[in-house]
Write a protein that binds this ligand. Structure first.
Ligand code: NAP
Length: 288
């Protein structure tokens, strides 16, 4: 129930129709009996600065930031976490005493999703597919957790070079083109493979990165950041080859869970967030 004492939180993005965050956070506020509310804030192009001023004036506690504003948000924070600085994107802000602190909870969210499935990162070799925003968060998390080597494979050499340069001071990172010799070598040696491209995302469910599955290390854990569908064609194929798999739902939930704790001071019951999003996605699929 919203009343005069309700604390406000929400999400900036455009469009926001498919965001799971309002459902996930509101279910958790309710379960923890916290007088908080989370609202979708559709910020039209060119209006981010005004939107930031508005939530400051209106006394919001915090905001999530999603596509297309994660990078632009860097311009409007008073303080920035190390992770957000490395990644070059903000997905969560906390508003305190009229000051805005910017964070990126995607990196620790991804790491938490691996930990939840007992996947070790320290001293492991990881192959990251794609060199966009989500790949930056994943690499930041992996290098911070002392992965032995991170190889970023993508289709554009210039983007690969810029990507690698961003993280050189954090640890051992190299890059290669998809389908190159180095890429094939990395597939054979890696302990973890992470799809950070949108390939296979609804409505393109049957699409999958062309992976020579027979080459891949049989002990590798295969992760996909895509969570819609919950099991992508990429993960189904990995399962066919007997590989351990992790979908993107965990990362979505843990990045939200970390933001929730920043705003409320309460560690949420992650299973509530998980169940809420899972049920909603299954419902959406039943209707397609
Ligand atoms: P992005 O910034 O647009 O980056 C996408 C990357 O994928 C780019 O490197 C792009 O290459 C590459 N790519 C796209 N299509 C490709 C293809 N056909 N072949 C090879 N490479 C291709 O997107 P993002 O923000 O990183 O998001 C990527 C995915 O992660 C999305 O599906 C998103 O929903 C998901 N995600 C999930 C979570 C979670 O919580 N689970 C969080 C963040 C993102 P070019 O640069 O060459 O185009």
């Amino acid at each position: 129930m919203v009343d005069g004492k309700t604390n406000l939180t929400g999400i900036f993005g455009y469009p926001l129709e498919h965001s799971m965050s309002p459902l996930m956070h509101n279910a958790c506020f309710l379960a923890h009996k916290l007088n908080y509310c989370y609202v979708p804030l559709r910020v039209k192009p060119g209006m981010l600065k005004d939107a930031v001023n508005a939530v400051k004036v209106l006394g919001f506690r915090g905001i999530n930031v999603t596509i297309p504003y994660k990078v632009e948000m860097l311009n409007y924070v008073d303080e920035l976490s190390h992770e957000a600085e490395y990644i070059g994107a903000v997905n969560t802000i906390v508003i305190e005493n009229n000051r805005i602190k910017g964070f990126n909870t995607d990196a620790p969210g991804f790491i938490a999703s691996l930990r939840a499935k007992s996947v070790e990162i320290k001293n492991k070799k990881v192959l990251v597919l794609g060199a966009g925003g989500a790949a930056r968060a994943v690499c930041c998390g992996l290098l911070t957790e002392n992965a032995k080597q991170v190889m970023v494979a993508a289709r554009n050499q210039k983007k690969i070079n810029e990507f690698v340069a961003r993280f050189l001071t954090l640890g051992n990172i190299t890059g290669c083109l998809l389908e190159s010799e180095e890429y094939l070598q990395s597939l054979q040696e890696c302990d973890i493979v992470v799809n950070c491209t949108p390939i296979g995302m609804f409505p393109h469910n049957s699409e999958c990165l062309p992976i020579p599955w027979n080459l891949i290390n049989t002990k590798a854990c295969v992760c996909d950041l895509v969570y819609n569908p919950l099991k992508t064609a990429f993960l189904s194929k990995a399962e066919e080859y007997g590989l351990k798999t992790i979908g993107g739902l965990g990362m979505l939930v843990y990045q939200g869970s970390i933001a929730f704790e920043m705003w409320t001071g309460v560690k949420p019951d992650n299973s509530i967030m998980l169940k809420t999003v899972e049920q909603e996605l299954l419902k959406q699929f039943a209707g397609t």
